[in-house]
Design a protein around this ligand. Structure first.
Ligand code: ATP
Ligand code: MG
Length: 290
């Protein structure tokens, strides 16, 4: 397990600063170039390029470039208000739905510009799971799983088969199979969140965006969702916002640290949590601020 965050000594602050300085002395661009390094073994499924996001005149994402390798989990961490939710909402064009909000820059899915796509079709390819489980309150469990398709006017050939398949994927089938007609709201919070993930999966997306998907869950439900993320990455590319450092360390191969609308550092997760290049990253992960 990558538990460097909680157990490995990160070392005295002076040392790490010296490391950074000596690295910079050897090569003036070494630390700056590191985040741009491409993962050697994975394709990049999605990529933000100089992405900017505004609410009215306020620029809250200030030019972020970040690759999302295929079939990998990328975690986004950073203090409250730094722009994590805004950033991931730009990746499926949910940001621009807010009145007065706009985005600039580039987001590529495979090699296609998402801002040239039909947003409804894009959101089928890039699904989203929210912080608070939000099953449709008037719908049954089965109805919830199929709701996204219905809203998009898609009629699956075998709706019952699809509902079973996706509920199995989120490991909820055995718990609900005898009561598929029950209200989605009759489930526990953790079950509701798995139901919402099933609703996203039923759309057969390629990328799944998750904004603090476990923040309303207890440790057991959280562990189940984390196991699920681990399974899902075999088939999907996942971007997860989390305030929980251990969670990032457990589920993500890559981690990006945001601060005040900017990307401070992006690297393999174990590097971010054991030997970050930037003092601000180290301050955050060791709890010195944020
Ligand atoms: N609807 C909105 N209108 C105006 N400003 C907004 C709106 N939503 C967010 N902001 C501002 O944009 C900035 C980024 O907010 P965002 O919600 O992306 O942060 P976050 O990193 O997700 O924070 P948290 O960890 O608390 O969820 C903040 O300064 C916030 O006040
Ligand atoms: Mg947020």
């Amino acid at each position: 397990m990558m538990m460097g965050y909680s157990s490995a000594p990160i070392g005295a602050r002076e040392n790490s600063e010296k490391d950074v300085i000596s690295r910079e002395a050897q090569s003036p661009t070494a630390t700056r170039e590191r985040p741009q390094e491409e993962p050697a073994t994975a394709n990049v499924k999605m990529r933000a390029g100089d992405l900017r996001a505004f609410f009215g005149k306020a620029e809250v994402i200030k030019g972020i470039s970040l690759p999302f390798p295929e079939n990998k989990v990328t975690a986004i961490i950073g203090p409250s208000g730094c722009g994590k939710s805004t950033f991931i909402r730009c990746l499926n064009r949910m940001h621009e739905v807010v009145p007065g909000a706009r985005a600039a820059g580039e987001v590529l899915l495979d090699s296609d510009d998402i801002y040239a796509m039909d947003p409804v079709r894009l959101r089928r390819r890039v699904g989203m799971v929210f912080q608070k489980p939000n099953p449709f309150p008037t719908m049954s469990i089965r109805g919830n799983v199929l709701a996204g398709l219905k809203l998009n006017g898609i009629r699956p050939d075998d709706p019952d088969g699809l509902a079973e398949k996706t509920l199995r994927q989120v490991a909820l089938w055995d718990e609900v199979k005898d009561g598929l007609g029950r209200s989605g709201m009759s489930l526990s919070g953790g079950q509701q969140q798995r139901l919402c993930i099933a609703r996203t999966l039923a759309m057969e997306p390629e990328v799944i965006l998750m904004d603090e998907p476990c923040s309303a869950l207890d440790p057991i439900a959280t562990a189940r969702v984390e196991e699920l993320i681990h399974e899902l990455q075999k088939q999907y590319t996942i971007v997860i916002v989390t305030h929980n450092m251990q969670q990032a360390a457990r589920v993500a191969q890559y981690t990006a640290f945001f601060y005040m609308g900017e990307l401070v550092e992006h690297d393999e997760t174990n590097v971010i949590f054991t030997r970050p290049a930037q003092a601000r990253t180290e301050d955050y992960i060791t709890g010195r601020f944020g």
